[in-house]
Design a protein around this ligand. Structure first.
Ligand code: 5RP
Length: 219
């Protein structure tokens, strides 16, 4: 099966976890888009959604799904989102689509983070995918120098501004042996808004779709 078909299969598996009356936390990206399109078919069952990006909010609204602010919605039961990489410990790299900050906020506000992905996203160790870091624009150089000191090679995502008005540095070659420690280290650099390692709050379940179906990984 193509990776697009697998993304769709993972998204459809997540739809079976949606319960009547849920306000659903919704991620960003091509896998999350399959989930949004599926959610449209069960929209009568849910009380709305909280989006992790302007793009996802727009897609939800186009399907006639009410989009609530996280402040109005409060704690969510379930958040569904894709990832750029996941380990078997369900530590993730996210932010390929640039929405990492709001994704981390909605994940933090949710009881269950269900990650949906095609099988190519499973890795033994994080870091082949360049690590996205959202940075306040004036801090670009100072943060970049700090990333170099950690052994990384940061580059500016050119022509891109996040929904929060910031820039993204994509860092190659970081040795992410301990994802929790690396997340803490990078988050402590002044000017960093969010690092795209989701380890302190990783996923609760990974629905991983491959050619033999959808495997469910939990921690
Ligand atoms: C967006 C993300 C996405 O979840 C991640 O980039 C995966 O995207 P896709 O589902 O298109 O492969 O973190 O910020």
């Amino acid at each position: 099966m193509s990776s697009e078909k697998n993304k769709q299969a993972a998204a459809e598996a997540a739809l079976t976890l949606i319960e009547t009356g849920d306000v659903v936390g919704v991620g960003t990206g091509s896998t999350a888009n399959f989930f949004i399109d599926g959610l449209a078919k069960v929209k009568g069952k849910i009380d709305g959604a909280v989006a992790s990006s302007k793009a996802s909010a727009e897609r939800l609204k186009q399907h006639g799904i009410e989009v609530l602010s996280l402040n109005d919605a409060g704690q969510l039961r379930i958040y569904v989102d894709g990832a750029d990489e996941s380990t078997r410990h369900l530590h993730l790299i996210k932010g390929g689509g640039g929405a990492l900050t709001q994704e981390k906020i909605v994940a933090q506000a949710s009881d269950q983070f269900i990650c949906i992905a095609d099988a190519s996203k499973l890795v033994d160790r994080l870091g082949t995918f360049p690590l996205p870091i959202e940075v306040i624009p004036m801090a670009q150089s100072v943060v970049a120098r700090s990333i170099v000191k950690l052994g990384g090679q940061p580059s500016l995502r050119s022509g891109y501004t996040t929904d929060n008005g910031n820039i993204i540095l994509d860092a190659k070659n970081l040795d992410i042996l301990d994802p929790v420690e690396m997340e803490t280290l990078i988050n402590q650099i002044p000017g960093v808004v969010t690092v795209g390692i989701f380890a302190h709050r990783g996923a609760n379940k990974l629905l991983l779709a491959g050619d033999n179906g959808v495997e469910i990984l939990t921690v």
